[in-house]
Design a protein around this ligand. Structure first.
Ligand code: HEM
Length: 406
């Protein structure tokens, strides 16, 4: 018997259903209109889907704590991550990271990113020609951000290859739960970062690890904080994943959206100066980071529904960016949409993405280089592989053909 659809008696939202992974937007639309404070009884979590509610919750970190991690399932080690910290620890921990991974450090990578994008695309053309099909995720959208994040983190050539291999192993998961191979990859990655940190403590260099070892941040109580080697390794692991999987999934989401809206694609192809708007619209229309997990620190009543204290709440930014109250005709991909200031795909409030400038630059370069060189590209979403993960949305593989050169 088919499962009940949203709105039908007996319907229970399944965040791991494959049809939700393929197209979550009808479910979000139903929740937004009919159940703006949805309670999932089996896994016992709540979902906020309206733009205003999601923004307000993001900004109220005292009520909506990050301490149980970003996923639906509570994480017991969340507070070791930046994304799982609350004030006051989050304030100094983020302060340190922002000082080392500054906007200027990210901007300095522009030339490097461009070189990588061009080399990878040209490599695909050399191997497959204009008509050969290949997996754009494997050959372009994963390797590009992986190399870029290693460069940002200042990973030396030696361990870089192992890091890339292990990171790939970790993100190529096929379900929400971690397999033993993935846990092993996770542990090995942490050890590589930890060993590197210990080496730099003995012999500092002019690189981000050495800067993090040296940095001190004083909190508002006058306490001076320094990072341990364990903390630095954990922070690098977090940066490695946060900066890799999101960008790797956004590019295919954008390519599929452009295939679905050929007029918008033609408009962009005719005027690549619209790239910043394209990037914003891709992130609004189909963001890779769809849900952000929170834990209520007190009882909250919203739209007549009371969420108890210590409850798991998912802030559905991907539903919020399709809220017609904030974005007229939200299911339309619209290159001319004015949405910069209201974009919440990178979060909103104290946990706003640390890599926002880098991510936007990578996406801009990826789309610009592709359209400049191979404007006739095609992707085949019907044959893409989807992964049913609770908070990251995107394809695990996507067939592509580059077509004739410009
Ligand atoms: C398209 C690409 C990206 C998207 C859509 C994205 C999205 C997000 C979102 C929604 C959050 C907030 C999570 C929350 O509120 O719980 C976040 C946080 C974060 N992101 Fe990104 N991200 C992207 C790329 C990157 C990159 C390239 C890096 C690293 C260079 C990065 C590092 C981080 C870190 C460290 C945090 C935690 C910040 C904090 O807790 O204060 N992200 N990101």
């Amino acid at each position: 018997m088919p499962k009940p659809a949203p709105g039908q008696p007996g319907y229970i939202f399944d965040p791991y259903a494959l049809d939700f992974a393929v197209d979550p937007y009808p479910t979000y639309a139903w929740m937004r209109e009919q159940a703006p404070v949805y309670h999932q009884p089996e896994m016992n979590f709540w979902m906020l889907t309206r733009y205003e509610d999601v923004c307000k919750a993001h900004q109220d970190a005292a009520t909506f704590s990050s301490s149980a991690g970003p996923k639906i399932e509570r994480m017991d080690y969340a507070s070791s991550l930046l994304i799982g910290k609350d004030a006051p620890d989050h304030v100094w921990a983020k302060g340190m990271m922002t000082r080392v991974f500054s906007r200027a450090r990210m901007a300095a990578l522009e030339g490097f990113i461009q070189e990588q994008a061009v080399a990878l695309l040209e490599g695909c053309y050399e191997r497959h020609g204009p008509d050969g099909e290949f997996d754009v995720v494997k050959e372009f959208t994963v390797p590009m951000p992986l190399t870029v994040i290693s460069e940002l983190l200042g990973i030396p050539e030696g361990p870089r290859e192992d890091i890339h291999h292990l990171s790939n192993e970790y993100i190529s998961r096929e379900s929400g739960s971690e397999s033993s191979a993935q846990s092993e990859a996770h542990a090995k990655l942490w050890k590589i970062y930890f060993d590197l940190t210990q080496q730099r403590r003995l012999e500092p260099k002019d690189d981000p690890i050495s800067l993090l070892i040296a940095i001190e941040e004083t909190d508002d109580q006058g306490v001076v904080h320094k990072m341990s080697d364990q903390e630095i390794a954990t922070r690098f692991l977090e940066m490695g994943f946060a900066g890799h999987e999101t960008v790797a999934k956004t590019i295919p989401n954008g390519l599929m959206a452009l295939m679905r809206f050929p007029e918008e694609r033609a408009k962009y192809a005719a005027d690549l100066s619209a790239t910043p708007r394209l990037v914003q619209e891709v992130l609004r229309y189909d963001p890779p980071s769809q849900l952000q997990g929170r834990l209520t620190m007190r009882e909250v009543t919203l739209h007549g529904v009371t969420i108890p204290a210590d409850a798991r709440v998912m802030l559905a930014t991907a539903a919020a960016t399709r809220d017609p109250r904030a974005f007229p005709d939200p299911d339309r991909f619209d290159l001319d949409r004015e949405n910069d200031k209201r974009t919440i795909a990178f979060g909103f409030g104290v946990h706003k993405c640390l890599g926002i400038h880098l991510a936007q630059m990578e996406l801009a370069i990826a789309f610009t280089e592709l359209f400049t060189r191979f404007p006739n590209w095609e992707v085949f979403p019907d044959r893409a592989t989807r992964v049913a993960l609770s908070n990251v949305r995107g394809v695990a593989s996507l067939p592509m053909r580059l077509g004739a050169r410009a």
